[in-house]
Design a protein around this ligand. Sequence first.
Ligand SMILES: [Zn+2]
Length: 1044
Amino acid sequence: MRKTERILHLKSCRGRRVRVVREHYLRERVPCFSSLCQAECVNDGKVLPGDVTHYVVPDVGVVADYLEILEFRELQGIVFTQTACQAMQHSKGRRQYNRLRNLLKDPRHDCVLFANEYQEFSYCPREKGESQEKWQTKCVYSAAVWYYNHLAGMKDVVMITEDRATISHYSSLNSGVYVISIQDYLDNFWPELQAARELYVSVSQALQEKESEGSEREYAEHLPAEVLEAGIKSGRYIQGTLKVNKHRAQNEAFITLEGSSNKNTDLSSDVLVSGAKNRNRAVHGDTVVAELLPKSDWRGKVMALTEGQTEEKSGEDNQSNPMPTGRVVGILQRNWRDYVVTFPTRDATQSQSRNSQRILVTPWDLRIPKIRISTQQAEALQDHRVVVRIDSWESTSLYPNGHSVQVLGQAGELETEIQTILIENCIHVSPFSEAQLREMPVNPPERPWTVDPTQAALRRDLRESHLVFSVDPKGCEDVDDTLSVRTLPGGAVLELGVHIADVTHFVNEGSLTDLEARARSTTYYLADRRYDMLPAVLSADLCSLLGGVDRYAMSVLWELDAHTLVVKKVWYGRTLIRSSYQLHYELAQALLNGEQADVPELAQLSPEEKDAKMAELTQALETLTHVARQLRALRDRGGALELEGVEVRAQLDEQKNITALVPRQPLEVHETVAECMIYANHWVARKIQESFPHHSLLRHHPPPRQEFFSQLVDSAKAKGFTIDTRSNKALADSLDHAVDSEDPLVNRLLRMMATHAMSQALYFSTGALSQDHYYHYGLALDRYTHFTSPIRRYADIVVHRLLTAAINLDCGVGPSKASASNEEVQEMAQHINNKNRAAQQAQKLSTELFQCLFFKEKDPQTDLHCVANGIVYAIRDNGVLVFVPQYGVKGPMYVKNREGQVVTVGKDGSCDWQSGSVQRHSDHIVTTSSAGSTTFRLFGHLTVRISVRSSRCHADSLNLEIISNKPHRNSEPQPARSQGHSHLVQEVVRLAEEASQQAQEKAARGPKLSKEEREFCQSKSPNLYSLLEEIRELALMDLGTAAA
Ligand SMILES: [Zn+2]
């Protein structure tokens, strides 16, 4: 090791330049992380493969400005130098630097970090008078030469730079290293990678434009970080997340405070930020610092309904009173993501581009401001959806500057709109890579997968001893749970078993499959398709607990007192099972009811054998039902909410197409299975929490905030019901009593409001909360987690690993590696919570998309589909909120329009708009005009016309318009509504397929779907989950307990 001195010029936090002399140690051995290494470097971790054509070393400028190009997974053999990384950290800040670190850590990206400044033969000291930039370039070049020599010329090495002088200077040195521009590099080495080339053009244009920026100031400068920090500490400033009101995106935003970091504790509400100047370039989602304005400048929210607005979750009906109001003084963290935008129309482009090459594009998300980008393609892309990123927002610029990344396709087409929804929710579901799939076991028909004898020896074998079976919806492929029940010899003890797919046996922690599953966190169910969390070989095959085949499982077995059901013993462990029956709900219920039923597994048997087997199975189902009833009763006494509101059920054929949606016939067997799963989840939660009190992953459901119940309580009062919200038990009981015998929809709507008032159930690390916060309000359990669906939820995979570690601990086997800390588990919990929220949001948006596509094809004036029955569920200042059960649509309906006219209903029920006035009351709203007055009551039935409000840049939305204040009688009540729904999805899918066929026939006009894009659609047919999930809004049942 050789010691030298290194001089650093750093900027102090006050902005002064400081010269620092550091001792700098040079070593002969610094790992090269190449698999071609002949020099015996200690290459721990990720290494560059030998089979790439070259290694590429980006210089400082390329790493700082073009990192997103280096993020293409197709680019291989990238060497990041320490010099470039440090320089980028200095110039671009923490967020960008973290991005680079993640890239280096991620095994899916073929890149490494080379500590060039510690390598004796690669390091070059900075010469006197040499500029920092020159010296850095020299260092990077020297590192590239070192690689070339270190690998004995076996690998071509390319240095890329955007600096012309560097290219001409170093190209002539003949050291074996090529020095070229990014453009040349992409053209020569990656000619197939069109997307990277386009991105390069887009980024470099944005950089050029930035240089020609004006200097007139539009906004106040942000305060420096240390001033912000001191201000927060002293209580002068507050810190929080900026949330823009999408209905008034230009003017109204709120800062949601982040509790602990704010001294200003007398603030109980959000802080209002009014207008663009006060928002000071903060974008929705950013972490901002704000200063409160004097009380005399405080303002209130606007209360009237606006287009497309439904309910907001708030306690107070009238919040137009002045509230704390502030202005943004600085930004702690930008939380920018990829945004989908639409280009201006041709006319607008021409008027915009007179003075510059730049155009203003409109984000799909109403909360995001217009973004200025430079492009030559504005005209060609005007009907397309395009992904852009924001680069910066200077105080001299009215709008943020950005660049385009990717063209999604023609606006309005199903595929484009679905991709838009995914990107807007940060959902990335590219097909599983080949490297990932190579990790997977195989199960070809000619050489089927078999049980590994060493595994069999390690596991408890239940194949002969236990009657194991599954109960799922018809047509279910991914069976993650199975059950068993038996009476132990003597008759005093019942043994209940829940056996879950042993996914963690196949998915090793840290493997590529694991990383991908973690990134997704859940299987995504959209209205017409799903994106699996795990590759199909696991989810539909080797992990799926199918009938008649051997499978690995994670089991929980309880020994219960046969009479009291008191738990005598619990056993947790890995097992080997063979499910005897793959039942569906209707079949299981028929067996329980003693009805004639055909069990396919028994079809081949003789009548005697069949009867015996049938009796055995029926007995097991009966015992299970008995156990579940008692378990349920125990939870009910604790206050569990009977809140599931799943009222329609999808019937699927063998291709998983929906053949019908039938009104839910509540089958007890649904609840039986759900109860057993809840029980297993609860007991696993206890086990892992007891073994790892500070870093277990649990799921809690916080009690709702009382003020959120006001709408529910007031609405129920209007119907003469009393809703008691003091406890979950009281709420559940009073909801059960709030039944209008004339109108079943009343109870449904009240439950919908109760759901709306609920908090979200969330994952957390046990070390992050005190134990009194572990409670699951909806299920009335002191501890809960997710264990029973590892095929489609990553949380369950984490829990399986924790359970395995807990079992090992009991056997005295220490963990093979350090387990995750509380902080890591909490971070994971938050990641999964975010992804779940995104999944829900994407599902909701895709359902709305389908609704709009369905109605878009119809003429609202003539088509009978467009007229339906609606029911009023809330009163607003200028209208009411209406629910249309036939299509599951909710939306505002105005009784007063912008021209000041009000709707008046004549004696025959027909509607007319005339100038007049509106009086709002708590449970009704009255319009008065010269033609008379009309009252619209809460829970009143109306006839509405549904049409589509088209939007060029944003999602289309449905428009509800009153045509009579009498109920719509034409539609048959229940079956019609169900058919309407399945019909809706099928109809839209059919039209989209026709359209895409036509598009293909019309040759290649506009960008076609790539192979990858096609593979995105892993399943085209509507699926059960989406329909259940869609109405989950009406259900309060915890997602994990949904029997599906
Ligand atoms: Zn080496």
